[in-house]
Write a protein that binds this ligand. Structure first.
Ligand code: PEP
Length: 253
């Protein structure tokens, strides 16, 4: 089964609206004509509209970094699916390790946000991954099992087939430490195996699994060359048009 590569840039709390607009203007010119990868940028909320406008008519798609499960109401600091949809957003990052670590995100809240994303007609990018302590304690598989079972509880196979999972070993995020391609491949294959056990092989083969954690232009080719690695979720290297473009081009070369 051939799965289309998807490379998404998570800008985190970087780029004002004018800076985001400038970055996308530059990026869209550099990636014009690339059709064998889905290219996504995920700016902060206040930058979304400017970036959607700047990306119009190009192959750069826009995602948000969070979504709330309620349709509206007293949830200070949160954002709804309808708000994102109207802003022109297509993708939503859910359960990033920084949300889990600093903002109390759990598999249960990931699951609620995932259901709200699907209900709004948006495309989820669901993040999972183990900490260094968990990897060193041989708990990687147990942790991923729990995150997958909890995060995707109640999700139909038809939705699962279009799912994007970002496997991000927490110890590799922003640290410069990348999982070796072989190590990442082994874990991606395990994630696919868990999805197959919860759904079926066809569904597991359809799910796209991105790698995230210090992916850059000089390692994106060998990572995406692995059988079960279908792209990347990129932090630092998505903040400059040149870096992000080179990473994308190497990933699909
Ligand atoms: C991330 O935060 O999703 C990430 C992968 O960051 P970085 O590429 O900077 O390690």
């Amino acid at each position: 089964m051939s799965r289309k590569v998807i490379i998404a840039g998570n800008w985190k709390m970087n780029k004002t609206a004018s800076q985001g607009k400038a970055l996308v203007e530059e990026l869209k010119a550099k990636v014009a004509g690339i059709s064998n990868a889905d290219i996504v940028v995920c700016p902060p909320f206040t930058t979304l509209c400017a970036v959607v406008e700047a990306a119009k008519g190009s192959n750069v798609k826009v995602g948000s970094q969070n979504i709330h499960w309620a349709e509206s109401g007293a949830f200070t600091g949160e954002i709804s699916g309808a708000m994102l949809k109207e802003a022109g957003v297509e993708y939503v990052i859910i359960g990033h390790s920084e949300r889990r670590q600093y903002f109390g995100e759990t598999d249960e809240t990931v699951n609620k946000r995932l259901k709200a994303t699907l209900a709004a007609g948006l495309k989820p990018i669901v993040c999972i991954g183990e900490t260094l302590e968990e990897r060193e304690g041989n708990k990687t598989e147990t942790v991923l099992d729990t995150q997958i079972k909890g995060g995707f509880a109640g999700i139909a196979a038809s939705d699962m087939k279009n799912m994007i999972i970002a496997y991000e070993p927490v110890w590799a995020i922003g640290t410069g430490k990348t999982a070796t391609p072989a190590m990442a491949q082994e874990t991606h294959a395990y994630i696919r195996k868990v999805v197959a056990s919860l759904y079926d092989i066809e569904t597991a083969e359809a799910v796209r699994i991105q790698y995230g954690g210090s992916m850059k232009a000089d390692n994106s080719a060998e990572l995406t060359a692995q059988k079960d690695i279908d792209g990347g979720l990129i932090g630092g290297a998505s903040l400059k048009a040149d870096d992000f473009t080179n990473l994308i081009k190497n990933a699909i070369a």
